[in-house]
Ligand binder design. Structure first.
Ligand code: ATP
Ligand code: MG
Length: 566
């Protein structure tokens, strides 16, 4: 009792981020406005870590009557593309969120440029002609001050001329940068004359060839928040050390004017990290480009589109994020918890069907040849208004190979000569024998059925220890079933010394082409939620066609990973 109650409280308690937002609203900050943003860089597909940020950014705005905008942080054209912009929008909508406006950091390139020019004229920024490496070496350590660049005190006219020519494309990439002139001895390394503009001579997905000088993250992000009127800039913990610089540039932008009502506040929470996978976009991109997986939406990928294709519901992802919560401490989240959230949700919404994924033939020797009965099967016993569908029964059936054992131990309650089981929605049968092929593999199992044990019949309540699923050989459809396991074979690939490519689980995907499913499944479409009885949750894959049904396994009915890995 107590445990359950505590869990409820935990799920209902609000995070420190929400607490802060609520307090600001109560205090009337920003004129009582609430505006957040989700700021992805369009350089890859969204992963489940992004879902955590999305749930916070959109969720808090929704809950407290604010607005959340979508802003593409597109300040590095060398990695960005409109393909990613479109995919990001699709994934956010699929998760169930709605943005107010769509903005691009590139919308502010002119404003940011003007601000940089102003800083140069005020002696607060300069063009440095040293290489990035040299600049890095001169940074010093948190304990020792850095070395000032020889260009630090050049006349502002010279910096301005070079900055303009940087943007005209007169200089090569890497030949010079614009730096803010702040403090080379500041204990916060981000204040040691950070680079704020660099040269990139590549077509930008929105602005084309207009710019050759592009702002760095620290010079674009906070200012974009400010221009848009963001009130709460919620992000992950690694930006905590950037916060003083975030505030510094906004102060400079304010120019002494009292803009108190329009000041964004940055709040940081811990990232989502998941066991047995990687979350860095660089690594995910490598997996795709090197064809180590079958694309961004490979069902083994931790991407939102991967989970979608695998058969996860948006509700299960949101539920998982609720379960892990938002804190100030980095943690590694258990993949098994995500699967538990998925099971809990899919149990409610999936249609129950029969599939045999490792078939062996079962012949009911006393069942009349050519007779066919339609058995009634409930679509979802969890739903009081559930429909039913019919499944045909006949003399020759497919059942799972594992449901029969030649020399069965006492505790094996399924089929073995002399033992009885119930066939789901049908009869009790008793095993009478079996036949092996030339390789010694069981080829056919023989049983007799008891006609009085069909539901509604006098003996229908007779208890047997196991119920097996089955398909009538002449009334089912062939199918391909893809089974998935963890993409990586170690718990935390990012903490491993070995290259992440070496850690991929070689058995993460198994394709079975000799499976059978109910005819009823021909009516379903990709991403529909299914439960193959006794086997797990499944969905139809995009590759599926009416002539060639293809299913993906989402997750098993219970967690047997722990057992397996021992
Ligand atoms: P990159 O690897 O390119 O730096 P990123 O993962 O930081 O990418 P962005 O597109 O910059 O991705 O992130 C958009 C937002 O999502 C940011 O606010 C970031 O803090 C958040 N975010 C990214 N990864 C996670 C994660 N694992 N958990 C929670 N939030 C995340
Ligand atoms: Mg980032």
């Amino acid at each position: 009792m107590n445990i359950e109650k505590n869990q409820e409280e935990k799920y209902e308690s609000i995070s420190f981020v929400e607490e802060a937002v609520k307090k600001d609203l109560e205090d009337g900050k920003n004129g009582g406005r609430l505006q957040t943003r989700f700021p992805p860089e369009p350089n890859g597909y969204l992963h489940i870590g992004h879902a955590k940020a999305i749930c916070m950014d959109f969720g808090v705005a929704e809950k407290y009557g604010g607005v959340c905008n979508l802003r593409f942080d597109d300040t590095n054209p060398s990695k960005e593309d409109t393909e990613y912009v479109d995919a990001i929008k699709e994934d956010i909508e699929w998760l169930g969120f709605k943005w107010g406006n769509i903005y691009y950091a590139s919308d502010y390139f002119q404003k940011l440029w003007d601000f940089a020019v102003r800083l140069i004229k005020e002696g607060k920024a300069y063009v440095d002609e040293q290489s990035k490496e040299t600049i890095n070496e001169q940074k010093g350590t948190p304990q020792t001050p850095g070395i000032e660049s020889p260009y630090r005190n050049r006349p502002w006219e010279e910096s301005l001329d070079l900055f303009e020519r940087m943007n005209k494309g007169e200089f090569e990439e890497g030949s010079m940068v614009l730096r803010a002139k702040i403090d080379m001895a500041n204990p916060n390394m981000h204040f040691r004359d950070p680079i704020i503009y660099r040269i990139i001579k590549i077509k930008h997905h929105k602005t084309g060839y207009k710019w050759n000088a592009y702002p760095m993250y620290d010079f674009a992000h906070g200012q974009s928040d400010f221009f848009e009127g963001v009130t709460h800039s919620i992000c992950t913990l690694e930006f905590e050390v950037h916060r003083p610089l975030y505030d510094y540039f906004i102060n400079e932008l304010k120019e002494g004017k009292d803009l108190n009502d329009n000041r964004p506040r940055q709040i940081e929470f811990n990232r989502l990290n998941l066991t047995y996978t990687v979350m860095s976009k660089r690594k995910l991109l490598a997996l795709v480009q090197e064809k180590l997986v079958d694309g961004w939406d490979d069902p083994r990928m931790p991407t939102i589109c991967g989970f979608r294709r695998r058969g996860f519901s948006p509700e299960s992802i949101r539920r998982f994020i609720d379960m892990i919560g938002y804190t100030k401490y980095e943690a590694l989240n258990d993949y098994a918890m995500l699967e538990a959230a998925a099971r809990e949700d899919l149990n409610k919404r999936s249609t129950r069907v029969s599939a045999v994924i490792n078939p062996v033939k079962l012949v009911i020797t006393n069942y009349p040849d050519g007779k066919v009965e339609s058995m009634e099967a409930i679509d979802n016993p969890e739903d009081p208004e559930s429909k039913t569908h019919t499944i045909e029964f006949s003399k020759n059936l497919w059942i799972e190979k594992d449901d029969f054992m030649e020399d069965a131990p006492k505790k094996f309650y399924r089929l073995s000569v002399g033992r009885e089981v119930r066939l789901k929605n049908a009869y009790i049968i008793k095993c009478t024998g079996f036949k092996k092929d030339e390789n010694g593999e069981v080829e056919e199992i023989y049983c007799e059925y008891d006609p009085m044990t069909k539901s509604g019949m006098p003996d229908s309540n007779r208890k047997v220890k196991a119920t097996l699923h089955w398909l009538s050989c002449d009334h089912c459809l062939p199918a391909e079933v893809r089974l998935y396991d963890r993409l990586f074979s170690v718990e935390n690939p990012s903490a491993d010394e070995r290259d992440f490519r070496e850690l991929i689980n070689p058995n993460s995907k198994e394709v079975r082409t000799n499976c059978y499913v109910e005819k009823y499944l021909s009516q379903f479409k990709p991403l529909d939620y299914l439960q193959f009885q006794r086997l797990g949750y499944f969905t139809l894959d995009y590759d599926s066609t009416p002539d060639h049904l293809v299913f993906n396994k989402t997750v098993g009915l219970r967690d047997n990973w722990v057992k397996q890995s021992k």
